[in-house]
Design a protein around this ligand. Structure first.
Ligand code: UDP
Length: 310
C-alpha cells in the first residue's frame, strides 16, 4: 500500500508518516517546508518506497505510480503563523485542496482532509458536535484559516455527492506533542519553551478561555482509523474532551518543568474562541476511538522532548 502525505514534514504530518512507515506503507511526503522540517522525516530516508518532494500543493505537481491513500495535512495551523501569511493560507485551503482532490480522483485513492475545530468558530454549542454549523466571523483575521478549511469541507462534500472520489473529513482539535516547534506560536509550545528558559509564560487575555488538548499519538491513531473507512465522508471530530483553562495549562507546565511560573498577560487576539471541547461520540461509534494519553503524561513527554533538544 502506498500513501501520499502532504505536509508530511510538519508536526502532525510527520507523526502520521512515522505510523504509516511502521505499518509497512510506502510513503511519499510532499511539503513546501514553510512550516515543516526535513529533520522530522530524516529517519525514513533510504527506507524502501519512502520519497520526499519539496512541493507547494498550490503549484503544479504530481506523483508517479499507484497511490491508495492521500492524507492532506498541508497548511499553516498556528494562529500567529497563518495570520502572517493570510493569502497563502486561503490559497492552500482552496487551490491546494482542489489540486489534491483532483490528484486523488485521478489515482482512485481515498483522500482524508485535515479540517479543524476552527470551523466551529466561537462556539455557541458546547461541547461541539459535528452537527453544529459553527459561528465564524467571515471577515475577521482568523477567517483566512477558518473559512479556507470550511471551503475545503464544502469542496469535499460536493465531490462526495458527485461520487467522483472517495473523500473524508477529520476535524482536528488542539493537538500537541514532540516536534511542535518552539517558534510555532501555539500555547503548548510557547509555555513549555518559556518555562524551560525561565521566562514568564505569556497568557493572552484573562487565561480563563478553555481548550482541550489531544496528544499527537492519539490523534494519529484516530486519523488512520478513519482513513481505513472507505466511502466515509464524516466529518468526525478528533480531539481529547478533557477541557482546561489556559491558566490550568500554565500551572501544569510549571509543575512538570519544575519551575516557578510567572505569568505575563497580554491582549487576547481578535476572535479567539472562549471555549472549545469536542464531543467525540461519533468517533467512538464509527472508529471505536478515544484518546488514551492524559494531559499530564502527554505534556511530560513533550517537556522531555523540548528539554532534550535544548
Ligand atoms: N495562548 C496564550 N498564550 C500563548 C499562546 C496562546 O494564552 O502564548 C492562548 C490563545 O489565546 C488561545 C489558547 O491559548 O486562547 C490556545 O491558543 P493556540 O494558539 O494554541 O490555539 P488555538 O486554539 O487558538 O488555535
Amino acid at each position: 500500500m502506498r500513501a501520499v502525505v502532504t505536509g508530511g514534514a510538519g508536526f502532525v504530518g510527520s507523526h502520521l508518516v512515522d505510523r504509516l512507515v511502521a505499518d509497512g506503507w510506502r510513503v511519499v511526503v510532499l511539503d513546501d517546508l514553510s512550516s515543516g522540517d526535513t529533520a522530522n522525516v530524516e529517519a525514513h530516508r533510504g527506507v524502501e518506497g519512502f520519497e520526499f518532494h519539496e512541493v507547494d500543493i498550490c503549484g503544479d505537481w504530481t506523483v508517479a505510480g499507484d497511490v491508495d491513500l492521500v492524507l492532506n495535512f498541508a497548511s499553516p495551523a498556528s494562529p500567529p503563523r497563518y495570520l502572517e501569511r493570510p493569502l497563502e493560507t486561503l490559497d492552500v485551503g482552496s487551490t491546494g485542496v482542489r489540486k489534491v482532490v483532483e490528484f486523488a480522483a485521478a489515482k482512485g485513492a481515498r483522500l482524508v482532509q485535515a479540517s479543524t475545530s476552527e470551523v466551529y468558530g466561537e462556539p455557541t454549542v458546547h461541547p461541539q458536535t459535528e452537527e453544529y454549523w459553527g459561528n465564524v466571523n467571515p471577515i475577521g483575521p482568523r477567517s483566512v484559516y477558518d473559512e479556507s478549511k470550511r471551503f475545503a469541507e464544502a469542496l469535499l462534500a460536493a465531490h462526495h455527492r458527485l461520487g467522483r472520489v472517495d473523500v473524508g473529513i477529520v476535524r482536528i482539535f488542539n493537538t500537541y506533542g514532540p516536534r511542535l516547534r518552539a517558534s510555532d506560536g501555539r500555547v503548548v509550545s510557547n509555555f513549555v519553551d518559556q518555562a524551560l528558559r525561565g521566562e514568564p509564560l505569556t497568557v493572552y487575555g484573562t487565561g480563563n478561555q478553555t481548550r482541550s488538548f489531544c496528544y499527537v499519538d492519539d490523534l494519529v491513531r484516530g486519523v488512520l482509523a478513519f482513513a481505513a473507512q472507505p466511502g466515509e465522508l464524516g466529518p468526525v471530530n478528533l480531539g481529547n474532551p478533557h477541557e482546561v483553562t489556559v491558566l490550568d495549562l500554565a500551572t501544569l507546565v510549571g509543575e512538570l518543568t519544575g519551575t516557578r511560573v510567572e505569568l505575563v498577560h497580554s491582549e487576547l487576539p481578535a476572535d479567539d474562541p472562549t471555549q472549545r471541547r469536542p464531543d467525540i461520540t461519533r468517533a467512538g461509534q464509527l472508529l471505536g476511538w478515544k484518546p488514551e494519553v492524559s494531559l499530564r503524561d502527554g505534556l511530560s513527554r513533550t517537556v522531555e522532548w523540548f528539554r532534550a533538544r535544548g
